[in-house]
Design a protein around this ligand. Structure first.
Ligand code: SF4
Length: 66
């Protein structure tokens, strides 16, 4: 499972980081510092919760085929 983030559209309200600070790091200005990542095994639910917490809907979950 992967996460994709439309970094340029982030408004910096830190909802994602409040849920999962280890997965959704913020830069010094409080905006998301990542454009996406491979979700570590066992952290899928946390990653999903963080994605759902984004009111801008710029965090998407990419399920891999096969
Ligand atoms: S929740 Fe969405 S808009 Fe808010 S900091 Fe995270 S990525 Fe940016």
């Amino acid at each position: 499972m992967k996460i994709r983030i439309e970094k340029a559209a982030c408004v910096g309200n830190a909802r994602c980081a409040a849920i999962a600070p280890g997965l959704y790091p913020l830069d010094d200005d409080g905006y998301i510092a990542s454009e996406g990542f491979d979700v570590p095994t066992g952290e899928e639910a946390l990653a999903q919760r963080g994605a759902r917490a984004c009111p801008e809907r710029i965090i998407s979950i990419v399920e891999e085929d096969g």
